[in-house]
Ligand binder design. Structure first.
Ligand code: NDP
Length: 330
């Protein structure tokens, strides 16, 4: 097998030299184990955080959500040929035992396999949980989402539309992404967050304010959103990608944090892993919308396992639209 290991803790933004490709011989299987050839691998922002703390020695490579095909099996419930979801990514192969997360995936008609790592998987579930369980978005309400052209952000905008949101506003890192949000993903307005006053940009895009802010970015985006939220607004705090490169330095609090009191805003953080029970409801909700095209499978697929480090670094630099995936086989 070939796998990727982190070889040092990154200083600030990770670089290619922080990782090494290593090769090894696949050991023989024991009873209850299967050998999986990894086909599609997810690279995610949380891996930046994990590089600070993670004990990754469990599998061949670092932890990561992956879809693969069983190529040898000593476990009757996982026959050769089955497509499984598991978390031993960053490697061409994985050995899964009884204690590992693993689930057979049987793709529904009209839905590509890759969607199970994106809009139909944890990414879509994150968007759905944040909107329905945390922000409790109501039909007719207005929404702002940051990192809107990314995986979670583009799911948030599209799902909010289906849930009956009125004005949907997004921010993203380039003019091309902003165009895409409005032209292709159904956003009512969008802006490039680079340069200029973010509160002003948000006020131009949502002149009457918003009821819900879905935060993927933190920092100055959170500050601008507190300015733009109406009374009794809600913030579903999902991530803070603007801060992940400096996790060892505590970020400055938004200067307007106390406005949360005056405006009676509810700010609530959440982790999708606490909401696995919502998955069946979410799959029933999203599948018809994927089939009808009301919600798009939005993804950037990098070909070749040898490019996985570049794909991860590209994700942090905003080279993706939608879910960033690596295709290692077919
Ligand atoms: P994305 O597909 O959104 O990729 C990350 C994007 O972040 C990039 O495309 C880039 O787009 C943007 N970005 C990078 N740096 C900055 C910055 N300094 N300021 C603003 N935007 C930046 O990733 P995901 O959809 O997978 O994740 C989005 C967020 O959701 C992350 O914060 C992640 O940690 C969080 N998350 C939280 C979960 C939970 O359970 N709470 C579960 C899953 C994700 P651009 O070109 O626009 O800059």
């Amino acid at each position: 097998y070939t796998a990727v290991h982190p070889v040092r803790r990154p200083e600030g933004r990770p670089a290619r030299d922080d990782f090494a490709f290593v090769t090894g011989t696949i050991p023989g299987l024991q009873d209850g184990q299967v050998l999986v050839e990894n086909l599609l691998l997810s690279v995610d922002p949380y891996m930046r955080e994990a590089l600070e703390f993670e004990d990754w020695q469990e599998g061949f490579g670092m932890e990561g959500r992956t879809l693969g095909r069983v190529v040898a099996s000593r476990e009757p419930s996982l026959p050769v040929g089955a497509i499984v979801f598991h978390r031993h990514g960053w490697s061409t192969h994985a050995i899964l035992g009884p204690r590992d997360t693993r689930r057979i995936v049987e793709p529904a008609d009209g839905v590509p396999l890759s969607a199970y790592l994106g809009i139909l998987g944890g990414t879509g579930l994150t968007a759905y949980v944040g909107l329905t369980r945390v922000a409790k978005l109501q039909p007719g309400e207005d929404l702002f989402v940051s990192a809107a052209a990314g995986a979670v952000g583009s799911a948030v905008g599209q799902i909010a539309r289906v849930l009956g949101a009125r004005r949907i506003v997004g921010s993203a890192g380039s003019a091309a992404k902003v165009d895409r949000l409005v032209q292709e993903l159904g956003f009512d307005a969008a802006f490039d967050y680079h340069g200029g006053d973010l509160s002003k940009k948000l006020a131009e895009a949502a002149p009457d304010g918003v009821d819900v802010y879905f935060d993927n970015v933190g920092g100055d985006h959170l500050e601008a959103a507190i300015d733009g939220l109406r009374e009794f607004g809600r913030i579903a705090w999902c991530g803070a990608i603007a801060q992940y490169d400096s996790l060892r330095t505590p970020p400055a609090a938004p200067r307007n944090l106390f406005d949360v009191v005056g405006k009676r805003i509810r700010l609530e953080g959440f982790l999708v892993r606490d909401h696995g029970d919502v998955r069946p409801e979410f799959e029933d909700f999203i599948t018809p919308h994927l089939r009808s095209g009301a919600v798009r499978v939005d993804e950037t697929v990098v070909d070749g396992f040898e490019n996985i480090v570049d794909a991860f670094l590209g994700l942090l630099a905003g080279e993706n639209t939608g879910k960033m995936l690596v295709r290692a086989g077919s």
